[in-house]
Design a protein. Sequence first.
Length: 94
Amino acid sequence: MFLNYYRYEKLLDKSAKRGDFLDEVMTDLTQFLSQATQLEQWASRLIEKASSPELSRLPPEDCKNKLAQLIDERLIEFFHLFFVHYLYYRHFNI
């Protein structure tokens, strides 16, 4: 009887640890999905601005400068979105 109870307790502990692990995986996947959604929104805003009618009417040199400015602005936003969150996540081990 004692041996069966010990096996049951051991199995229960393994199941609890597996549940904790799966909770961590779910949290990480949820965070990844959120970041992927933010990246998709970031990219679509960049594409939207880059394909605007007023940009296509500019002379080639002005168009090149405007695109470079848009990319610089979006890259700053990108670094803020992902690297700040990444550093925070890694620092606090959330």
